[in-house]
Design a protein around this ligand. Structure first.
Ligand code: NAP
Length: 332
């Protein structure tokens, strides 16, 4: 008898992580279902190569319309698909923007996650569940590096919403015995990162300035330091989490931090430019209550999941600049 296919349901499938995770799951033979929200355009650039493939679209990959504030539709999709694994990536993912739109950030990221967990709890065979949490739950931590036992202390609406969803994931695991996990993610980047995130803004600026399409880039606090990893590596850890014998929470980080100055130096030097000639400081890009250094300890993920990262900071920045140069070249 043919074994049942592994079925994954992915929220946020059109995002950076969702698109890489989908590629990984398809390569592993999963039937992948994604929730997409209705928008005025059909532009889903990060997934285009997959749903344009006739061997994949509606054969191995299925997209369903559902917004996070529409639990009836989400319930219907879950009941129909009966996934074995559920990857919850959807949400307003920009920390700075969460100060401008705190209500919708909390509605989608906090309550939207709870709604999904309630639906999963009702299923006859609840799938394994991975929630994409964030290092923003630690806010301004008093210890460095942070790990799974660091006390939460969020300092942004985004961080508060993620803290709620993270704690609820843990409560559902402990109180209801469900296989629910948190991936406590530090920043992870790629050529598919949104252009309003600082890494992508810098790599795109380096590529555009090099090709004469831009003169300068405006940034906020150049001394802010971040623990930046590669999105492709992080989605692999998310998958590994759901393959374990027991559910748990894992910090996903590199354990190394770099400043925005390091990022500028690495990106601009790669195209033979001096960043100091092209950067303007704009206080509008400084974030209220920004934690200066956030550094994660990935020891648990490395040891328990046998998780290995494929690139370091310099390789990551270089591959992003190269991808931006390539796209500019292809579009010129
Ligand atoms: P992203 O590129 O911004 O993708 C976010 C996804 O969520 C998109 O598919 C978006 O759909 C979807 N979404 C947003 N609001 C929605 C709503 N109301 N209903 C349905 N879908 C909605 O984010 P990412 O970088 O892939 O991150 C994935 C997850 O990891 C997010 O929850 C993020 O907060 C978390 N995280 C990311 C990082 C990081 O460094 N990347 C670090 C920590 C945690 P549209 O395409 O329609 O906008």
């Amino acid at each position: 008898m043919k074994p049942d296919p592994l079925k994954a349901l992915v929220t946020g499938i059109t995002g950076q992580d969702g698109s890489y995770l989908t590629e990984l799951l398809l390569a592993k033979g999963y039937e992948v279902h994604g929730l997409v929200r209705r928008s005025s355009t059909m532009e889903r650039s990060r997934l285009k190569h997959l749903y344009a493939d006739e061997q994949i679209n509606n054969k191995q990959l299925f997209l369903h319309y559902a917004d996070l504030d529409d639990p009836t539709t989400i319930r219907r999709v879950i009941s129909k698909v009966q996934p074995t694994e559920f990857y919850h990536l959807a949400g307003q993912s920009h920390v700075g923007l969460s100060f401008d739109i705190p209500e919708s950030t909390c509605d989608t990221t906090a309550i939207g996650t709870l709604r999904i967990m309630e639906i999963l709890r009702d299923q006859p065979h609840p799938p394994r569940f991975m929630h994409a949490s964030s290092r923003e739950i630690f806010g301004t931590p008093t210890v460095s590096p942070q790990d799974e036992n660091t006390p939460v202390n969020p300092n942004s609406p985004y961080g508060c919403a993620k803290t709620f969803a993270t704690q609820m994931t843990k409560i559902y695991r402990e109180a209801h015995g469900l296989f629910f996990c948190n991936a406590i993610c530090y920043n992870h980047e790629s050529p598919r990162r949104g252009e309003n995130f600082v890494t992508r803004k810098v790599t795109l600026a380096a590529a555009r300035i090099k090709s004469g399409q831009q003169k300068s880039v405006s940034l906020g606090d150049l001394d802010a330091a971040r623990d930046w990893g590669y999105a492709k590596d992080y989605v692999e850890a998310m998958w590994l989490m759901l393959q374990q014998d027991t559910a748990g929470d894992y910090v996903l980080a590199t354990g190394v931090s770099h400043t925005i100055k390091d990022l500028l130096e690495t990106a601009f030097a790669h195209v033979g430019l001096n960043w100091q000639d092209h950067v303007e400081i704009d206080s509008r890009f400084k974030r209220p209550a920004d934690a200066h250094e956030l550094l994660g300890n990935p020891a648990k993920a490395e040891q328990t999941l046998n998780w290995k990262r494929s690139v370091d900071f310099q390789q990551l920045v270089h591959l992003m600049v190269e991808a931006d140069l390539h796209t500019l070249d292809a579009n010129s």
